[in-house]
Write a protein that binds this ligand. Structure first.
Ligand SMILES: Nc1ncnc2c1ncn2[C@@H]1O[C@H](COP(=O)(O)OP(=O)(O)OP(=O)(O)O)[C@@H](O)[C@H]1O
Length: 264
């Protein structure tokens, strides 16, 4: 059975300064197996974040269902952890304090909190910085802390919304590799939103391509590349072919957007 099962999902939002509602995503069905790494790509505003937030239980489901491990999602829960683009760290707490905070919030009972937090900080390569405060860290390091905090509570599902979106290209590439190393260690089910096609292919078992108005799934592409993945894979013919397919999808979507703007 799939770990995450999304069936005919629809999410509505209210238009700004109006009572009118519109479907941000509609009729989305997707099955994600336990331990799978799935990325969501698509043009801006097509509903990627909305889909991720719905799995997190942070937006109201208007139509359809989402189940995690067979249980319907009706709000946030300890089985899911979310990492957003901007590391939401507490500035007055150290790295250790921030990772501990996640455990404190979940009333972690799986052993000593500091020990657990430290093991996660080591996992993301920040052991030497445990006493630092967020402002003393680079953007990439802050995002590592965010990931450590999310993983510390041992969620079944890790949800990431453009977690490397604010980082420079090189740091982003390094962080992608790091994320895979961590994920390969204990294979959480991962759902990852990105604008970056190469990042999506490099990380994923499946790439979900979304289209817009309302947000829907255009195609789910299985990425049949060997693991563990290294940067060399980016230059292989298979990788290039996946890139070509995904670019063609997104280009078609962009062309549709221009057409709509002209028609408006
Ligand atoms: N809280 C909200 N209230 C009203 N409309 C919203 C809300 N959040 C998102 N929207 C709208 O819903 C649609 C989907 O937004 P969403 O953020 O899910 O798209 P996205 O694909 O993640 O976009 P981006 O790639 O630009 O981050 C957009 O039209 C957006 O303007």
């Amino acid at each position: 059975m799939a770990e995450i099962e999304i069936r005919n999902l629809g999410i509505d939002y209210r238009k700004p300064n109006s009572d009118e509602v519109f479907a941000a995503v509609d009729d989305i069905s997707l099955s994600i197996a336990a331990g799978e790494f799935v990325s969501i790509v698509g043009s801006s505003g097509c509903g990627k974040s909305t889909l991720l937030l719905s799995v997190a239980g942070l937006v109201k489901i208007a139509r359809g269902t989402i189940t995690i491990g067979g249980r319907p999602v009706s709000g946030p829960g300890p089985d899911r952890a979310v990492v957003f683009q901007d590391a939401s760290l507490l500035p007055w707490r150290t790295v250790l304090g921030n990772v501990r905070f996640g455990l404190e919030m979940q009333r972690w009972t799986g052993g000593d909190l500091t020990e657990r937090a430290m093991s996660m900080i080591k996992l993301v390569g920040l052991a030497r910085f445990a006493d630092y405060h967020p402002h003393q860290l680079s953007g990439g390091m802050r995002q590592r802390v965010n990931i450590a905090r999310a993983l510390a509570v041992d969620p079944q599902v890790l949800l990431m919304d453009e977690p490397f979106g604010a980082l420079d290209a090189q740091t982003r590439e390094i962080m992608g590799g790091e994320l895979l190393r961590i994920w390969e260690g204990d294979k959480k089910t991962a759902l990852f939103v990105t604008h970056d096609i190469d990042e999506a292919i490099f990380l994923s078992d499946k790439v979900v391509v979304m289209g817009r108005n309302p947000g829907h799934i255009k195609e789910v592409i299985a990425i049949d590349l060997p693991r563990p993945r290294t940067q060399e894979i980016l230059d292989t013919p298979q990788f290039t072919e996946y890139r070509r397919r995904l670019r063609a999808h997104l280009a078609a979507d962009m062309a549709g957007m221009h057409f709509m703007e002209e028609a408006a």
